[in-house]
Write a protein that binds this ligand. Structure first.
Ligand code: ADP
Ligand code: MG
Length: 701
């Protein structure tokens, strides 16, 4: 087997301890394997040589072959530069260096044949190439090279220490010329054969040294497929093990509580999507297997109702349920609305948060043990060690991405037979990402809004148009509406952000003075009690405006609030803006989202704002977000500790390859669930190498 791949990179000729340290710190390259898996981000075409006479100003890069006839030094001070007259049969270009002049003079000789590469620019009537790449024709013939030259990303620090893309390419060439560098095939013949994939060994070489566009495409496809395939294989294998080996509580009956709730308490009819999802959940709960389901639905789509009905099914079958929210504000809101919804139904509901008083807490603990509480709502406090349930059968996590993996893990440890788990998220996750992050969960989607909702109108104004916005706000308040004004809160400059909030609050107070207007404030630095007082003021309709940082981002439900003003909207991410917008449009009135921006926007910010104006569809927005930011940045994946780095596949672009990978993984596991066949041994080994030590989402369940 290829031990060389696992050898430390410092043993590669040309590396040494200093460079090894740099490679490992800056690029995560510790071993030969890491180096050869450091894939190029693009290629430059070096198949073509140009003649000087063909040069044109709109050419990006050109490659020329010729000789230097003359060096000269021009200008002085910072403008001092070295130039060289470079000729081929058709004419002359001037090569220019501002830096490293002495080195250049030493390195290159007159009348010797060189290949030069760079971008031509027109300068006082002649073509110039500033800081060209230069290589001797003879040497080029000797080294491992290819028609297309790979470009590798490097950090500033790497560049400072002369570790440029070129240098990495050289190291790559050295690595590939080691006779003992071998790549054992990692995919079985049943895949490589039928899909006509490039072998791993060819793909690894060609990804770095392609001779044609075809090489690049085939190598990329093979490597992307492999990367996505193994992730899917891992997730699906865990899912398989779980469904085959673990038991779940059997919720077999639909009893009085759910029936009488449905008949007497439900004041509206469920949407088709809600009905479908509840059916899916009921099937799971009645299967005798543990449910692990992700429920996606845009803000306001009615997930809480689905949660409540699932918990009532639990209660009908004699099991307790808990509903976890990411913030206290939200937990209180869930508690209030659920208590209201189930008036008259025989199901004890309680609220447990970090600020629950000790006496109340004692009462709850008793109720949990004697079974008089069947629905417990709260925050992280729900999963603290000392919270003991009599028979917890269902755990529902709202807005799961605020909970870390470790916190979720505690849940699974609560009992021997793990409770059913329903994870609800209003951050629509693009399908590709969901399949990768939650590929082992079953997915339900509420893709239909309750009837009667008007589409929220989204508009953008600059700071200069503030008076106009204030005028609009006053008219809305006159019509009895309430308004949110949200300020960004970004960790790096927290005190600055609070200053923004305070300044904003001051100008708001001038524009909306008491006693005619009442403004309530909610931000992260307030005590939970003060927050609750402010929230209540607004909830009861006594405050016209709520000025807040993003604490209101998640879940707050106040139907009479119909205007959302987002300050410095360019500082928010796309999904975040969509979440904020979802705070309005919950009542019958026309709602508005007003994005305040500074006068000049970066191209990215402008695209975010335009996307938001163009669509209200959360999934479309999530896809756009993924395209613009890449999955590593995607809200939720980082906080959740589930950030994973893909080396070559791109979830924003490679959806089709992902589908292929998933269906091939499904096929293989369907025929050979434990990967025992001789053809599949290689897969078992691959899984072990890739995921053996790593903590994965699936392992905690
Ligand atoms: P989510 O949690 O998905 O953001 P909620 O469950 O908070 O949404 O529902 C938003 C609002 O819509 C709530 O006031 C809820 O009572 C109401 N609602 C839920 N389902 C329906 C329905 N089928 N018809 C009408 N209103 C509904
Ligand atoms: Mg909700």
């Amino acid at each position: 087997m290829s031990e060389l791949l696992d050898t430390e990179i410092k043993f590669l000729p040309g590396v040494g301890p200093k460079r090894a340290e740099l490679l490992s710190e800056e690029a995560g390259i510790h071993t030969f394997r890491d180096l050869v898996s450091y894939f190029p981000y693009k290629y430059v075409d070096k198949t073509r040589f140009y003649n000087v006479s063909e040069l044109d100003t709109d050419m990006q890069y050109v490659q020329l072959k010729g000789k230097i006839r003359r060096f000269s030094t021009e200008g002085g001070g910072t403008a001092k530069r070295l130039t060289a007259d470079f000729y081929d049969e058709t004419g002359m270009v001037r090569l220019v260096w501002f830096k490293g002049q002495r080195w250049v003079l030493n390195a290159y000789k007159l009348e010797k044949e060189y290949i030069i590469f760079g971008k031509p620019t027109l300068f006082s009537g002649a073509f110039n190439i500033v800081h060209p790449e230069i290589e001797e024709v003879e040497k080029k013939a000797l080294r491992v090279s290819s028609a297309y030259e790979a470009q590798y990303s490097t950090t500033e620090k790497m560049k400072d220490h002369f570790l440029h893309s070129k240098t990495i390419a050289k190291l790559m060439a050295t690595a590939f010329s080691q006779p003992s560098l071998r790549f054992a095939e990692t995919l079985p013949e049943s895949i490589t054969g039928t899909m006509k994939l490039m072998s791993l060994s060819d793909a690894m070489f060609r990804i770095h040294f392609p001779d044609s566009n075809n090489d690049i495409e085939n190598a990329r496809f093979r490597l992307k497929f492999e990367e996505l395939f193994y992730i899917q294989l891992n997730l699906l294998r865990y899912k398989g093990i779980r469904t085959r080996k673990t038991h779940g509580f059997l919720f077999s009956i639909v009893g009085d509580r759910l029936n009488s709730f449905y008949k007497n308490n439900l004041s509206f009819s469920l949407t088709g999507a809600q009905k479908r999802v509840i059916r899916e959940i009921r099937t799971d709960l009645g299967s005798g297997k543990q449910m692990n389901r992700l429920l996606q639905g845009d803000v306001g789509s009615g997930k809480t109702m689905v949660a409540l009905m699932s918990m009532l099914i639990g209660a009908d079958n004699g099991y307790q349920s808990c509903l976890m929210a990411p913030t206290e504000v939200l937990a209180i809101q869930h508690f209030n609305s659920i208590s209201h919804f189930i008036r008259g139904i025989d199901a004890g509901v309680a609220l447990l948060t970090g600020s629950t008083k000790r006496s109340e807490r004692a009462r709850i603990e008793k109720g949990l043990l004697d079974g008089s509480i069947s629905i417990l709502i709260g925050t992280h406090a729900l999963i603290e060690e000392n919270v003991k349930y009599r028979n917890l059968g269902l755990v529902i996590i709202d807005e799961q991405h605020r909970f870390g993996v470790a916190q979720r893990a505690k849940l699974w440890q609560k009992s021997d037979c793990p409770p059913h788990v329903l994870v609800m998220t209003a951050t629509p996750i693009p399908r590709t990402l969901a399949m990768t992050l939650y590929g082992d969960l079953d997915v339900s989607v509420i893709d239909e809004m309750p009837p009667g909702r008007k589409v929220i109108k989204t508009m953008t104004f600059t700071d200069a148009e503030r008076e106009k916005v204030f005028g609009f706000m006053r008219r809305q308040i006159e019509e009895g509406r309430q308004i949110y004004v949200v300020y960004p809160l970004i960790k790096e400059s927290e005190s600055l952000d609070y200053k923004d909030l305070e300044d904003g609050l001051e100008s708001m107070a001038r524009a909306f003075p008491p006693p005619q207007y009442c403004i309530s404030v909610v931000h992260g630095r307030m005590t939970p009690r003060d927050k609750a007082i402010s929230m209540n003021l607004f909830r009861k309709g006594q405050a016209h405006i709520m000025v807040a940082t993003t604490v209101i981002e998640v879940g707050v439900d106040i139907p009479n609030a119909s205007v959302m003003v987002v300050e410095s909207a360019e500082r928010f991410g796309l999904s975040q803006l969509h979440q904020l917008r979802g705070r309005v449009g919950r009542g019958a009135d026309q709602s508005f989202c007003i994005l305040m921006t500074s006068h000049r926007l970066s191209a990215d910010a402008a695209e975010r704002i335009n996307t938001l104006i163009a669509t209200n569809d959360g999934f479309e927005i999530a896809e756009a977000d993924l395209r613009m930011r890449g999955p590593g940045d995607l809200e939720g994946t980082q906080q959740s500790g589930m950030a994973f780095d893909l080396k070559i596949a791109d979830l924003g672009r490679d959806g089709q390859i992902l589908n292929l990978a998933r269906s091939r993984a499904e096929e293989i596991l369907a025929n050979d669930p434990d990967l025992e066949s001789s053809d599949n041994k290689v897969l078992k080994a691959g899984l072990k190498r890739l995921f053996g030590k790593k903590f994965t989402w699936s392992e905690i369940s």
